[in-house]
Write a protein that binds this ligand. Structure first.
Ligand SMILES: [Zn+2]
Length: 114
């Protein structure tokens, strides 16, 4: 039995909300980097600027990955394959989707990959 449209709509809403939050977090990270990382910032210690840039990248990268996963999940909602495990094709339990709406794998497959 596939997920009913109401349930899918619910997760779509959750994912859109999560996407918004991640997008905002990303843009605030990027804009703070642009504000602080300018070359004309009064003889800024270049090694410190580089270190801060590295720290920002370390924060940006996982957010970008999360964003990609959310987009993937939204794409699966659009093509009707949302809620099915990408590995074994089994339906992912609603409890798991509720906990991790962007998940691609059912619990058994996800635990095997760990
Ligand atoms: Zn599976």
């Amino acid at each position: 039995m596939a997920l009913d449209p109401k349930t899918v709509a619910h997760f779509q809403e959750v994912l859109n909300q999560e996407r918004l939050e991640v997008t905002e977090a990303l843009s605030s990270l990027v804009s703070s980097r642009n504000a602080e990382g300018g070359y004309d910032s009064n003889f800024a210690d270049i090694s410190q600027v580089t270190a801060e840039k590295g720290e920002t990248d370390a924060l940006v990268q996982p957010l970008k990955e999360t964003l990609a996963e959310i987009d993937d999940a939204l794409g699966r909602i659009a093509d009707g394959s949302y809620g099915l495990c990408l590995k074994c094709g089994t339906e992912i339990s609603e409890e798991r989707l509720e906990a991790v709406p962007k998940t691609k794998y059912c619990t058994p497959c996800a635990s095997k990959m760990r």
